[in-house]
Ligand binder design. Structure first.
Ligand SMILES: *[C@@H]1O[C@H](CO)[C@@H](O)[C@H](O)[C@H]1NC(C)=O
Ligand SMILES: *[C@@H]1O[C@H](CO)[C@@H](O)[C@H](O)[C@H]1NC(C)=O
Length: 227
């Protein structure tokens, strides 16, 4: 169905950004990559319904109001941005629609995500005519795509979100930033690992000993993602 073939990525500043998605075609919502699947932080399940979020101890931080409303450009209607965080950890802000279903995810520290929007294709083939550049495939992650990556780029232009495709289908996305973010939701790949997912590795990243990244999955079984 056409409506489910697009995600909206809204990006404000380097760290405040949101993904809004249609809930129909994915069977899970999990966060944080890791090889140690026994670690409770690895592939941690996130609630996909507001009722579940309340049960799991998430706290409402904002109701939908005019200022917070995020316009769905596809359907020309507003997605209610009822927002929840867990344990005061703003690394993940869940957005639920007015029916209590997951509508999106925001990463940041409170800034409004309303700015410009990019449509993300559900199929990898849809990236062919875009500025997304192919990175590398990694186990339990998938094939990375980065926005407009070049070796000599300035890191000011390093887009803090990436896309992940598995068998040609959008399966996950993530955030990546040079800021030292400490939430347990973030992974911290060292510089030596950058070439495992970035291609090319921008030279400007040489000043970073590590990145803070977060993988967010739309599948209930990230360990099924192979390369
Ligand atoms: C949150 O925003 C404030 C003000 O914009 C900034 O100074 C601070 O570094 C941000 N915190 C994080 C974790 O990015
Ligand atoms: C790609 O990045 C270059 C700078 O590295 C910039 O001049 C150009 O406008 C960017 N293109 C897009 C489509 O973002």
């Amino acid at each position: 169905m056409l409506l489910t073939t697009v995600l909206h990525l809204l990006c404000l500043a380097s760290l405040a950004a949101a993904f809004l998605f249609n809930r129909a075609s994915w069977d899970g919502l999990k966060v944080t990559w890791g090889m140690d699947t026994h670690n409770p932080n690895t592939f941690a399940a996130l609630p996909r319904q507001e009722s579940e979020a309340k049960q799991d101890g998430w706290t409402k931080i904002a109701d939908c109001d005019k200022r917070n409303a995020v316009v769905s450009f596809l359907r020309q209607q507003q997605v209610s941005g009822v927002r929840y965080v867990k344990d005061n950890d703003y690394s993940i802000i869940l957005l639920f629609d007015r029916n209590g279903y997951i509508a999106g995810i925001q990463c940041g520290n409170g800034t409004d995500p309303v700015s410009h929007s990019i449509h993300i294709p559900m199929r990898e083939t849809g990236l062919a005519t875009t500025s997304w550049t192919k990175g590398h495939c990694f186990a339990y992650m998938g094939m990375h795509y980065w926005h407009n990556l070049t070796a000599d780029m300035s890191c000011e232009y390093f887009f803090p979100a990436f896309l992940l495709y598995n068998k040609g289908a959008l399966t996950a996305f993530g955030w990546a930033t040079g800021l030292g973010l400490t939430s347990k939701r973030f992974e911290h790949p060292p510089h030596a690992a950058f070439s495992s997912f970035l291609n090319p590795v921008p030279l400007c990243l040489n000043q970073y000993a590590q990145l803070s990244t977060m993988h967010i999955y739309f599948t209930s079984d990230p360990t099924a993602i192979a390369c």
